[in-house]
Design a protein around this ligand. Structure first.
Ligand code: SAM
Length: 282
């Protein structure tokens, strides 16, 4: 039955799925690419897979064809819901579940049973915001929240997630991402891989939540310290950290960190140390 499905191109024509910029719509039409994303997500058979923004359903089909136990799609656009309902006829309602709504407002942990994986070609306009929401879930439940997240971002965002110290991409996003997850860069895609092509390159990355954060410190404290440090990334730490409203020289001394350094050279361990002391003295 599945082999009789129309191509994604035909689906787009049939449903008059002209793209909406406000919904960050850049579709993948090539099965080779969507199959590759499913492959990088690994072990779908034992997981309830969540796909944000299935659009015309290319990646959805690849996830189902790769044997995902179930796929739950979360989609805002009514036109794509009609496409998903057709796909449900082909793959069965027991395997493909449809949530019509805004992924930013969806409580995935309450709605979908564990073990879960997220696999998505994210709408770029809300991609980082979605990731930060999932970090809250991961901070609460570690790898019980999600076994992994395989996500397509703008390449520039992917680079900021995997960045290491002493690079211009290193900042708040790298520290928080790597504090909670192991982060792997999978592959890059040129604009021509999408319809319509975006202005920039894209990349697929896989985040594997740690069972516990990298160091024992609270995420809110770490976020405050990192926000202050990178809020003025060109300044020395002893000046940038003043916005924390605590005696900065003392904080740096207790952490054994040279106040003349700039935020971008500090390791995640050093940020965690600062956050631990900041939290203890607050
Ligand atoms: N997965 C499809 C593909 O790869 O061809 C489409 C990806 S497209 C980059 C992003 C999709 O997310 C669109 O289908 C869009 O309608 C949907 N979307 C945008 N904002 C959303 C939101 N807040 N909640 C759920 N879906 C959203």
């Amino acid at each position: 039955m599945q082999s009789k499905l129309p191509s994604i191109k035909e689906i787009i024509t049939k449903h008059e799925l002209f793209t909406r910029k406000s919904l960050g719509q850049h579709f993948l039409l090539d099965t080779g690419i969507t199959d590759k994303i499913a492959l990088y997500a690994e072990d779908l058979k034992n997981h309830n897979v969540i796909e944000i923004g299935p659009g015309p359903g290319g990646l959805t089909r690849s996830l189902l064809n790769a044997g995902a136990k179930t796929v739950t799609v979360v989609e805002k656009d009514d036109r794509c819901i009609a496409i998903m309902e057709e796909l449900q006829e082909a793959y069965g309602k027991d395997r493909l579940h449809i949530l019509h709504g805004d992924a930013l407002k969806s409580n995935l942990l309450e709605t979908i049973p564990a073990p879960r994986k997220i696999v998505a070609n994210l709408p770029y306009n809300v991609g980082t915001m979605l990731l930060l929401n999932w970090f809250d879930d991961i901070y609460q439940q570690g790898n019980q929240a999600y076994s992994s997240l395989t996500l397509m971002f703008q390449d520039e965002v992917a680079q900021r997630i995997i960045a290491t110290p002493d690079t211009s991409e290193y900042g708040r996003l790298a520290v928080i991402s790597q504090f909670l997850c192991e982060c792997r860069y999978d592959f890059q895609l040129p604009p021509s891989a999408f319809s319509p092509p975006p202005k920039v390159h894209s990349a697929v990355i896989t985040l594997t939540p740690r069972s516990e954060p990298l160091f024992p410190v609270s995420k809110p404290a770490l976020e405050k310290v990192v926000a202050a440090a990178f809020g003025q990334r060109r300044k020395m730490l002893r000046s940038a950290l003043k916005s924390l409203g605590v005696p900065v020289e003392q904080l740096l001394e207790q952490a054994g960190i040279d106040g003349t350094l700039r935020a971008e050279v500090l390791t995640i361990e050093e940020f965690c140390k600062l956050a631990q002391i900041y939290e203890d003295n607050e």
